[in-house]
Design a protein. Structure first.
Lengths: 235, 353
């Protein structure tokens, strides 16, 4: 008992986020995710502070830790100075380190995030790099986005951008030596290892589910985790 | 009421905002969705207010969206942020001015963590040195770009060509403000007005002639939620949050929404389109949507900048109702004209000054 709790304690956010919870439920009352999902941050914090390995294992493999939107509304309100949102972040990190994230539908989505925003970050230096990311993946972007995508370079030129140019400016090309530094930081600090973990455990899961998973996003497993919602998450 | 006591309470909600020599770091979301806003912001700072704003070509994303998608350990994000600080230090600046609320929240959180856990800061310094050879000083002042516009709202108001007033009725436009969760919910003392009574956008609107309206879900999240939007299967959460806000604000008949965070205006803009497609429902007056603006766009509008140079044609919910109410002189037929006028490139200075 307490082994997983000790691992959580290694994450400074966990130490910052959990003092002592008195279970008042104010976090759940203010939480936008608790309005939408079958979700109760109060219960998660209560389970975590039991230090019970079995309960924490169950959380790490659960859907529930993936419902939070990290808006941190809970931090403002907690009368004991806890931040359930930070506890969730520590739980999600540990779930990925231990490979438990592939046990839930919502957890499996980490591969989709890694292959989009994660990929853009270490390739271009931007979390979003949206030329070519059209309304097939983002239908909510509407007809204006089709127009922007069809005229990307001209639109950005008109907006005063320095698209893929040298020097400063909007969506400039970040020099390769700067990107080398970013990738080295990811290596030194465990960011790359997290990425590799996500890939490795996702490949195992895809095999288990008998789904095709190649590089990129045009494959059965990616499309499945990106689009599937089994309908059991909401009230 | 004891005035001294009230002043003492409000002192907790004032923040120090540097008055010149800013080191500007851009926003991933704003660059992709509202590029005209960053262009207008730099024009206002450099040409209207004569401020020194520096941008380093080698700065990158702070990793904010990747971090809040839980794709990297906290040390990775801290070290990328430490690199931003190093570039600022090397350039001889100490007033950090991010264009993004997620970044602003992250910088605030990291500086707070380092304050409480100096050994974490020490570790990050070593990791940065190992990975890049760089060293850094922490920023002396951290202010979001909107804090700076708030600071100079009177100067902008004095130069304004238009006021946020309905030219037909003479009444102030009714404006909803949305400050974005990570501006003050995590560290209320770091935002103008705190988490309960944030004043950063309200101050601008009041100064420029509009009237802020209060409504029950004013502080509710727009619904970004990082993974809750980025993954298609989760987007129901995102649209539900925005819908809750629209339903709550509708009875107050807002003319427009002003936003602080780069992501919120995109969601509040696009989800109106989606709700109309799904349910045939619109939340503005006369069967229209409620136009959604960034604070830079609002500043640019009152200063008389051309709406299509500000990028208002990149919104899905039409902005024309507000332009017409104010009586802004603009050319409707040029909305999707991508020709650049000869004066345009001169007006937008891409080179650091």
């Amino acid at each position: 008992m307490g082994k997983l709790y000790d691992l959580l304690l290694e994450d400074v956010r966990f130490e910052e986020g959990l003092n002592a919870c008195m279970n008042c439920g104010v976090c759940t009352a203010i939480c936008p995710a608790a309005e939408f999902y079958i979700y109760d941050p109060r219960k998660i914090v209560d389970d975590v502070q039991t230090k019970d390995d079995e309960k924490i294992t169950e959380l790490l493999k659960s859907e529930t830790i993936w419902y939070c939107g990290e808006c941190m509304s809970c931090k403002t309100r907690c009368p004991r100075g806890n931040a359930p949102g930070l506890i969730i972040m520590a739980l999600r990190s540990l779930s990925q380190d231990l490979g438990f994230f592939t046990e839930s539908e919502k957890g499996r989505q980490q591969l989709a995030l890694k292959r989009t925003v994660g990929h853009w970050m270490i390739t271009y230096g931007y979390c979003l790099y949206l030329e070519g990311v059209g309304t097939s993946m983002h239908p909510e972007q509407g007809p204006v986005w089709d127009w922007i995508q069809d005229n990307w370079k001209e639109v950005f030129k008109k907006m005063g951008a320095n698209y893929q140019g040298d020097g400063p400016g909007i969506l400039r090309r970040i020099p390769e030596e700067a990107m080398d530094e970013i990738r080295e930081i990811f290596k030194v600090t465990g960011g790359m290892r997290r990425f590799e973990n996500i890939e490795e455990f996702s490949k195992k899961k895809a095999k288990e589910l008998n789904m095709q998973l190649d590089d990129g996003i045009e494959n059965e497993y990616f499309q499945h985790i990106y689009k599937t919602n089994n309908g059991s998450h909401t009230r | 009421m004891i005035l001294e006591g009230k002043k003492a309470v409000w002192n907790d909600y004032q923040k120090e905002i540097a008055d010149d020599k800013y080191y500007y770091v851009r926003s991933c979301v704003r660059q992709n969705f509202f590029p005209g806003s960053e262009t207008a912001f730099l024009k206002i700072m450099r040409e209207e207010l004569n401020k020194d704003v520096y941008e380093h070509p080698c700065h990158t994303s702070c990793t904010g969206i990747v971090y809040h998608s839980d794709l990297v350990p906290v040390e990775t994000t801290m070290t990328v942020v430490a690199r931003q600080f190093a570039l600022m230090t090397e350039a001889g600046y100490e007033n950090l001015m991010p264009s993004c609320i997620t970044s602003f929240g992250l910088y605030t959180e990291i500086l707070d963590t380092w304050h409480h856990f100096p050994e974490v800061e020490e570790k990050v310094r070593l990791q940065l040195k190992k990975a890049t050879g760089r060293e850094f000083k922490k920023p002396k002042n951290l202010a979001h770009a909107s804090d700076v516009i708030f600071k100079f709202r009177k100067e902008i108001g004095a130069k304004a060509k238009y006021k946020l007033i309905n030219k037909e009725t003479g009444e102030p436009l009714k404006v909803v403000d949305h400050i974005g969760c990570h501006y003050a919910k995590m560290f209320p003392s770091k935002g103008v007005g705190g988490a309960e009574y944030p004043y950063v956008l309200t101050g601008m609107i009041e100064e420029w002639g509009g009237q802020i309206i209060d409504y029950p879900e004013r502080r509710h999240c727009c619904g970004f939620g990082f993974r809750q939007y980025l993954v298609q299967a989760n987007r129901g959460f995102s649209v539900a949050c925005s819908k809750e806000k629209f339903e709550s604000m509708k009875p107050f008949k807002p003319d427009m929404i002003i936003t602080n965070c780069p992501g919120c205006p995109m969601f509040l803009d696009r989800w109106q389109y989606v709700i109309n497609e799904m349910e045939g429902k619109r939340y503005g007056q006369n069967g229209e949507g409620i136009p959604v603006f960034t604070y830079e766009e609002v500043a640019g509008m009152v200063l008389g900048y051309d709406p299509w140079e500000l990028g208002l044609q990149m919104h899905q919910t039409d902005c024309e109702p507000v332009l017409n109410k104010i009586g802004i002189d603009y050319s409707p037929e040029d909305k999707y004209n991508l020709d650049i006028s000869p004066s345009y490139s001169k007006k937008h200075n891409l080179i650091n000054v």
